[in-house]
Ligand binder design. Structure first.
Ligand SMILES: *[C@@H]1O[C@H](CO)[C@@H](O)[C@H](O)[C@H]1NC(C)=O
Ligand SMILES: *[C@@H]1O[C@H](CO)[C@@H](O)[C@H](O)[C@H]1NC(C)=O
Length: 356
């Protein structure tokens, strides 16, 4: 029975895989067609002469065309020649653990409200169907930080689109979808859980711990996952496996150190229900103690927790899926510019880049 089931799940996996491959092939055909269609339309004047073939849309260095976007606080209109400083355009998606943390972390939000250069404006969008609630949430996050730091004046320079990027009907989405993003932080970092008896893998977002104290990197392997409570004490059962530990009780560093001592291959720290994914950080002396295993933060996934509790074998692997671009800007001269990527989830990098 078990072997039949595993054969069935392999079969199912192959079917799913084939479906994806076909879809991808169709999509790449479609996007080829799309560029021929688009070359006939009015966005032609935006296209840079540098572009020879392939995807449509403006390139870095091209002049940005005028646009209007409905926002939570009325219409936002960009007209060439009217900027006092850069206009940064950011697309949010909650499919990214990095962006979730960027928008949840207090130091990150504080930096946005305190240090955004005076002449800089930011237009915030969402890539997803949940754009309306995403926009309200983003505005609430900055409102709270602005009130707390008596920086309410910054709010007049922050604009929150009420429509998702795919519904804008202008050139902005083509930049998010077509500008290649090379840095690892703009891939969607994910953890993939499998177990016998599950019809499909469970794929969730993760945010890798980033500091020098973590020397390890996830490899292509399939790891066994083992529960190690809150990870505040060593746990011999995790040897050779990835440890599944809850947040809280002790520092992230202590958890990873305990799991490393227990010979774990890596650590997944899950957020307690309702809490955001955090940037797993070190404090003081911790930062000069190197630990040899990788670690990442994820949300609590109920099926995974239940599987482990009931003694089921659960496996985890790690993957990175390409995602749209998240940030670009229109400089004071009205030209489109790429933004370098953020080293870790903090708006301080946005402020820094807005100065150039
Ligand atoms: C983002 O996703 C997490 C879980 O995946 C959820 O807890 C959180 O509420 C979401 N945030 C927004 C703004 O939708
Ligand atoms: C970890 O591995 C080392 C070296 O193989 C071994 O000596 C030690 O007993 C192991 N510790 C645990 C907790 O499994």
């Amino acid at each position: 029975m078990a072997s039949l089931r595993s054969k069935l799940s392999v079969l199912l996996f192959l079917v799913v895989l084939t479906a994806h491959v076909t879809e991808a092939a169709v999509r790449s055909k479609l996007s080829g067609d799309e560029s021929t269609c688009e070359s006939k339309d009015a966005t032609l004047n935006l296209r840079s002469s540098k572009r020879t073939s392939g995807a449509a849309g403006p390139e870095p260095g091209d002049p940005a065309a005028a646009f209007t976007v409905p926002t939570l606080d009325g219409e936002f209109t960009y007209k060439p020649g009217t900027l006092r400083g850069p206009l940064i355009i950011h697309a949010f998606t909650n499919k990214s653990g990095f962006l979730e943390c960027l928008w949840s972390s207090e130091p990150s939000l504080t930096s946005l409200v305190q240090d955004l250069p005076d002449s800089t404006q930011v237009l915030f969008l969402s890539l997803d169907d949940s754009a309306a609630s995403d926009a309200l949430w983003m505005r609430d996050q900055v409102h709270r930080a602005a009130v707390q730091h008596s920086k309410k004046e910054v709010l007049s320079r922050l604009h929150f689109s009420a429509l998702p990027a795919f519904a804008l009907g202008n050139w902005i989405p083509s930049v998010f979808y077509n500008w290649g993003c090379v840095s690892h932080n703009c891939l969607l970092a994910q953890a993939v859980f499998t177990s016998q008896g599950w019809r499909l893998p469970i794929v969730i977002k993760r945010l890798d711990a980033r500091y020098d104290w973590l020397m390890g990197h996830w490899t292509q392997s399939l790891y066994q996952l083992r529960d190690a409570g809150d990870g505040c004490d060593p746990s011999p059962s995790v040897a050779g496996a990835v440890a599944w530990v809850s947040e809280g009780g002790c520092s992230f560093f202590t958890k990873v150190q305990n799991m490393a001592k227990s010979n774990a291959s890596g650590v997944l720290v899950y957020a307690l229900p309702g809490n955001p994914i955090q940037d797993m950080n070190c404090v003081g002396d911790e930062c000069i103690t190197a630990l040899g295993i990788p670690a990442a933060m994820v949300h609590l996934e109920v099926s995974v927790a239940q599987g482990l509790q009931s003694g089921q074998q659960v496996y985890v692997s790690f993957q990175n899926t390409p995602s749209p671009y998240y940030f670009f800007s229109i400089d004071q001269q009205g030209l489109l510019a790429e933004m370098g990527w953020f080293l870790y989830p903090s708006f301080s990098f946005l402020n820094w880049q807005a100065q150039w």
